[in-house]
Unconditional design. Structure first.
Length: 289
């Protein structure tokens, strides 16, 4: 691994959190129809006051049009959205449509690893707000002390496509799909697992995974996590922030990853906190009348 490259991204986790939190549109002040698209977001209680983090949030314009990034032509590489690598502290990294992660990890065999993605919020000519995110996600973690494994991947979500559309209070819809999912297992292997259907979740317990932020008290202890992945079902599943708002009637979609971190103290489990990551989030809102 390139040590200088690693140091740069470690600095991002330590000092650039406010930059990530400040991206995107300000809080809307009216209850007019609106939609938002965000590529990724996370809430990590271990960060205390720094609890809300977003990558590039796009809000629909007041008039007809589109805000955000749509798949660029092959000649427009500069149109790529600079969303990754995004760091959730000095331990976890989220990459969007990346050929390789910060540690050199690549997408698992069988993943599509698309070059282009979309993250956009639109206002249609008929006044309908809508949002779309299409992306691939590679999540990595630094090793805990004493862990010399070369594979840092702990989740890969392939071909995510999330959409939300609010035509009227009676006609709102949202959906999200993914073509494949790989999750780290208790033996530390990254394994292909079934993509959870609507209303279901994929869960795996006792996965070796470094804490989102290692403290002096915990850094020498065995570190593990229980991981759960499911579809976003309503606005309460999203990470709250003043970068977007809900209204009287809402539709939301995306993928919610929950990580319950713990350490072993003299062989006994000590729970620490539960972190939330939302991938491929879309939401729209309209007034009730």
């Amino acid at each position: 691994m390139d040590a200088s490259r690693f140091g740069g991204w470690a600095a991002l986790g330590a000092s650039a959190a406010l930059l990530l939190g400040a991206a995107g549109p300000a809080l809307a002040t009216t209850e007019e129809p609106v939609a938002y698209a965000f590529t990724g977001a996370y809430h990590v209680p271990a960060f205390e006051a720094e609890q809300e983090r977003f990558a590039e949030v796009f809000g629909s314009p007041a008039q007809r049009g589109v805000n955000g990034v749509v798949p660029p032509s092959a000649e427009s590489a500069e149109d790529f959205l600079p969303v990754g690598p995004m760091s959730t502290g000095t331990a976890w990294f989220i990459h969007v449509n990346a050929d390789a992660g910060v540690f050199g990890d690549t997408p698992p065999s069988g993943a599509t690893a698309d070059a282009h993605f979309e993250s956009s919020a639109a206002m249609r000519g008929d006044g309908t707000p809508s949002a779309t995110v299409s992306a691939d996600y590679l999540l990595e973690a630094q090793n805990a002390l004493g862990d010399s494994a070369e594979d840092h991947r702990w989740l890969y979500l392939d071909d995510v496509r999330s959409e939300a559309e609010c035509r009227s209070p009676q006609r709102v819809s949202a959906s999200t799909e993914a073509s494949g999912m790989w999750v780290r297992q208790p033996d530390r292997a990254l394994a292909a697992v079934p993509v959870p259907a609507a209303g279901e979740s994929y869960e795996v317990r006792d996965v070796p995974l470094r804490l989102p932020r290692t403290t002096m008290e915990h850094q020498n202890l065995p570190q593990y996590a229980d991981i759960s992945v499911r579809r976003v079902t309503d606005a309460a599943d999203l990470v709250p922030t003043d970068q977007w708002r809900t209204g009287d009637v809402n539709a939301t979609s995306g993928w919610r990853v929950e990580v319950a971190s713990y350490v072993l103290v003299d062989g006994v489990r000590t729970d620490l906190d539960t972190s939330v990551i939302v991938l491929g989030g879309t939401t729209c809102s309209v007034p009730a009348s």
